[in-house]
Design a protein. Structure first.
Length: 202
């Protein structure tokens, strides 16, 4: 057996896998309070290209339109209707690049888009924790136990999942930057590191 994957490591991997599967059940209880705004402005930008989504007038128009759509669509979920009602007074406080990303990666059906995003964002979080631990030369067993702690005891992570924000994506970007710093020092490492940091603030 590979010494890196002894019985302790296999047990830690199993624990992390079980914690991950348990965590996926929280998706159904999420309120999508933050995700809805990313999704709504992304859809608005890709559908009609409003003049200025940051103006109060445009935000009110968009919020009212998407609330009406949520109420009238037969395939709208209770979560979709509830968050659309609570987010009629929308707040556009993120960058145009972020809204463009959500516009390009969303299919237009809120519930399906939200669940897809939750799954992908959580996979990103898992990859980020593993990358950070390996960048700091933690053994695989320790890295997997960090995942268990993340999924079971880390309240901030639960809050992130509850509202569907972008912190899991940002964590992966940080992890990629940290991993790049462990590579050989050359211009490509510095260039890619700069790209990672620029994505963090967009």
């Amino acid at each position: 057996m590979d010494p890196r994957f002894n019985n302790t490591t296999i047990l830690a991997i199993a624990m992390a896998g079980l914690a991950s599967l348990t965590h996926f059940g929280h998706f159904t209880n999420s309120n999508a309070f933050d995700y809805y705004q990313f999704w709504m402005f992304g859809q608005a930008s890709s559908q009609s290209a409003p003049d200025n989504i940051y103006s109060q007038q445009q935000r009110d128009i968009i919020g009212a339109k998407f609330y009406k759509d949520a109420i009238n669509r037969n395939d709208s979920s209770p979560r979709h209707r509830q968050v659309a009602e609570s987010r009629q007074n929308a707040q556009a406080i993120s960058s145009p690049l972020l809204y463009t990303y959500f516009g390009l990666t969303s299919g237009g059906r809120f519930e399906a888009d939200f669940l897809d995003y939750q799954l992908i964002a959580t996979i990103f979080a898992i990859a980020a924790i593993l990358m950070l631990c390996r960048a700091m030369q933690y053994p695989w067993a320790a890295a997997c136990l960090w995942l268990v702690c993340l999924f079971i005891w880390f309240g901030s992570f639960f809050s992130e999942v509850q509202v569907g924000n972008v912190n899991r994506i940002q964590l992966l970007i940080i992890a990629l930057f940290a991993w790049l710093q462990t590579r050989q020092n050359n211009w490509s490492r510095d260039l890619l590191g700069g790209v990672m940091l620029s994505l963090m603030i967009t």
